[in-house]
Design a protein around this ligand. Structure first.
Ligand code: SF4
Length: 237
């Protein structure tokens, strides 16, 4: 049984109180089972071009994809080009994206990104990691998504809150920093599966490996997951 950490964490996630052992040797079996469980993963944000993908992904921070799809349904009809966003009245744009949360930052970032795309990239969403992460509000997670789904370019693995939580519970990484987690995962996952791996862990995190109450008894990888062993023994499941 993995050891409990000395200091009790103040989180409601019991699993964060344990040192999860390195479980990378089980990666192939875990990945095969998760793929079989989720054979048809696809992006859950709606978009029809790289600009819409960029906007939707920036908006999705700290929100749900369902909520973002509601907002973008109207937004993408009102703002169709980089110029529309760059020339938008900031207050009006804030109002249009208000329900996504952090709307002031997001509106400013979107407007500034649109201006940079017009001034430095001939009005086209850039296609390299370096250029994408130079846009305000775009980190490696967003850039990986845009590269993979907007341009078919495989660069890295998008690490969101679900990918972070599930990969740590599975013992595939000990890191908390998304960029370090990404490096650990890239050393395990075949490059052509980077994007599907990210989406699969997101599906699994939403459906089974919930933040507060993971459904370990129903989980297809519970016999290979060190956290599942802890969770089920703690709750006699
Ligand atoms: S066994 Fe439990 S903790 Fe491990 S991946 Fe499955 S749901 Fe998550």
């Amino acid at each position: 049984m993995p050891q409990k950490k000395q200091k009790k964490s103040n989180t409601q996630d019991l699993l964060q109180e344990y040192d999860i052992p390195d479980n990378r040797h089980n990666f192939s079996k875990i990945w095969d089972l998760l793929k079989k469980e989720n054979p048809d993963v696809k992006p859950s944000l709606n978009y029809s071009n790289p600009l819409e993908l960029l906007i939707a992904t920036v908006l999705s921070a700290q929100s749900t994809d369902v909520q973002i799809n509601k907002v973008t349904e109207k937004l993408f009809k009102k703002y169709r080009t980089e110029e529309d966003y760059a020339n938008a009245d900031l207050r009006e744009l804030e109002n249009d994206i208000y329900s996504t949360g952090f709307y002031k930052n997001k509106a400013k970032n979107i407007k500034d990104s649109a201006r940079i795309i017009i001034e430095h990239h001939n009005g086209e969403v850039p296609k390299t990691m370096e250029e994408l992460v130079a846009l305000p509000g775009v980190g490696r997670k967003t850039a990986n998504i845009i590269l993979a789904r907007g341009f078919g370019v495989t660069e890295g693995i998008a690490v969101d809150t679900h990918v972070k939580r599930v990969s740590r519970r599975l013992g595939l990484t000990k890191h908390s920093d998304p960029e370090k987690i990404e490096q650990d995962l890239m050393s395990l996952v075949p490059k052509e599966e980077y994007d599907s791996f990210s989406m699969t862990l997101i599906y699994h995190g939403r459906k089974i490996c919930h933040a507060r109450k993971p459904d370990c008894p129903s989980c297809v990888v519970n016999k290979l997951c060190p956290s599942g062993v802890i969770y089920m023994s703690q709750y006699n499941l």
